[in-house]
Design a protein around this ligand. Structure first.
Ligand SMILES: Cc1cc2nc3c(=O)[nH]c(=O)nc-3n(C[C@H](O)[C@H](O)[C@H](O)COP(=O)(O)O)c2cc1C
Length: 192
């Protein structure tokens, strides 16, 4: 068959972007502590290709701290409109500063304010404190872009396995697993 998993992802993602009513780039990101305690949450895919799958977040968040201690993660996409799922596992690298700066600058002021003001995943004694932080930032930066805070950046998952699952109405679902083999990819089917 000799399929390219990245081309296959591109095709499935393009189909999801055309059909999914919202956030076709939403994916579950699973991380774990070095002891193996897992956690999972949704983040948005912001870039992808043979170099990996990129998302942005607060590096001091729970996921950021888990990735700093254990740089392995898993992703799962589920597109209801296409009845398809993609699962990806691999190791995590940081996106370089220039790329993170450019993406942060493209996000718009409201998102820049919120990302800068948020101590993501830390206890927040009251919502007013968060709003006051945003108001203070608006005074410090009355207009234009904010600089990317050091605690916020991008992570790229370099896949070692990518599985494509396609549902069928009669429940004889189809699964293809691609596993990295040094320079290439080995491809095989899995029982559904
Ligand atoms: C649709 C959707 C998209 C989200 N996208 C992101 C994202 O790209 N980056 C991010 O840090 N959090 C995103 N979140 C919030 C995360 O799910 C999560 O609440 C937050 O990152 C804190 O996770 P943590 O405490 O496990 O680190 C998103 C949530 C939803 C529902």
């Amino acid at each position: 068959m000799d399929m390219d998993p990245f081309q296959m992802f591109d095709d499935w993602f393009a189909e999801a972007c055309a059909r999914e009513p919202s956030d076709p780039n939403a994916m579950a990101l699973a991380t774990a502590t070095p002891e193996g305690l897992p956690s999972v949450r949704i983040v948005l895919l912001k870039d992808h290709g043979p170099d990996g799958f990129t998302f942005y977040t607060n590096k001091q968040s729970r996921k950021g701290e888990e990735l700093a201690a254990n740089a392995h993660a898993a992703l799962a996409f589920h597109w209801k409109s296409t009845y398809k799922q993609v699962r990806i596992t691999g190791r995590i690298e940081h996106v370089d500063d220039a790329t993170a700066d450019a993406y942060f600058a493209s996000r718009g002021r409201d998102k820049q304010l919120a990302a800068t003001a948020s101590d993501q995943s830390r206890p927040l004694p009251s919502r007013d404190i968060f709003l006051e932080r945003i108001a203070a930032l608006e005074e410090d930066y009355p207009e234009g872009d904010l600089p990317r805070p050091a605690h916020w950046g991008g992570f790229r998952l370099i896949p070692d396995a990518i599985e494509f699952w396609e549902g069928t109405p009669e429940r004889m679902h189809h699964r293809i697993l691609f596993t990295r083999t040094g320079s290439g990819w080995q491809e095989g089917l899995l029982y559904p």
